[in-house]
Design a protein around this ligand. Structure first.
Ligand code: NAP
Length: 283
């Protein structure tokens, strides 16, 4: 019988802990914690993400600064805003919602975010520190996965972990976190030969590909922990993960559902990182 990892419940519990941490910070330092969220343009999915982030801030007592720029904004205008937010003492975290309109140089804009306000954990310094196993702000989605494993008492040390996907925002930091936690890690991608064989070796299998029902039962070892990061739409437009949940679940010791798994943890970890950032800045 498999155990379901309830990301929604865990996210709720963590938000309450973060709320208490924010309250304590405010009392002690006499100021609010601030998170700036920059949205350029009107991409509908990005609008939903931004709205949810602002809602989460309100829930935990973080003051949000929503900055909306038109899709036609110039590179200089976006850079100007990020620079302004960077020097604003009231702001502990800056998040630029991706993707940015194509005419903008996203890398150049993201590089302007100071390391100590990089609550997405995407900066070169934070990713470098992560790879050196040093204290840093860690990308929210993989960090959320680590919290799930930790809170469910799933041992990582010495285990074989396989991560499918090598993006800078999920796959790579996920692999690094598992490695730092003493797993033996294999990273798979679209050019991996014998993906099924690699997956069958996994005690912990994390899928971050973006393809519905890609991970099938014949790819999963009996008793494995399966973490599904994917957020896709099935043939009926319903939200689903990368894992063929119905057929895979009975082989697992633990499995995350989609929705209600990794997704709710991501925004929670953004709140967590914003609190961490405020605590580190000591202002
Ligand atoms: P991405 O940048 O598109 O990366 C996808 C990765 O999957 C790439 O490394 C790619 O390999 C690999 N891949 C694609 N097809 C494959 C195949 N047939 N076999 C093996 N590997 C394959 O995506 P991402 O940003 O990492 O996101 C991955 C998924 O996670 C998406 O569904 C996204 O929506 C979801 N996501 C969810 C959350 C959340 O909060 N739950 C947050 C972020 C992302 P190559 O490098 O060789 O191309």
């Amino acid at each position: 019988m498999y155990n379901l990892i309830d990301g929604k419940k865990l996210a709720q519990e963590m938000r309450e802990e973060i709320r208490l941490g924010v309250e304590e910070f405010t009392k002690k330092n006499g100021r609010e914690i601030g998170l700036a969220v920059v949205l350029v343009g009107q991409d509908p999915a990005s609008q939903v993400y931004v709205r949810n982030k602002i809602k989460a801030c309100a829930e935990v007592g973080i003051k949000s600064y929503a900055k909306y720029l038109s899709a036609e904004s110039t590179q200089a205008e976006v850079e100007g805003l990020v620079k302004e937010l960077s020097s604003d003492k009231n702001i502990d975290g800056i998040l630029v919602q991706l993707p940015l309109p194509k005419h903008l140089d996203a890398d150049k804009i993201l590089r302007l975010i100071p390391t100590d306000k990089d609550v997405d954990g995407f900066s070169e310094e934070n990713t470098g520190k992560l790879s050196m196993n040093e204290d840093c702000l860690v990308a929210c989605t993989p960090n959320g996965v680590m919290k799930m494993l930790e809170r469910y008492g799933i041992e990582i040390k010495g285990k074989k972990a396989v991560v499918i996907g090598r993006s800078n925002i999920v796959g790579k930091p996920m692999a690094m976190l598992l490695l730092n936690a003493d797993a033996t890690v294999t990273v798979c991608h679209s050019k991996t030969r014998d993906l099924k064989e690699e997956c069958l070796r996994a005690d912990i299998l994390v899928s971050a590909i973006g393809k519905s029902k890609f991970v099938t039962a014949d790819m999963v070892k009996e008793g494995a922990v399966v973490i599904d990061v994917g957020m896709n739409r099935d043939e009926n437009g319903k939200l689903c993960g990368d894992v063929d949940f119905e057929n895979v679940k009975d082989k697992c010791s633990y499995i995350t559902p989609v929705p209600g798994g990794v997704g709710p943890m991501t925004i929670t970890m953004l709140m967590y990182n914003t609190l961490q950032s405020a605590l580190r800045r000591k202002i």
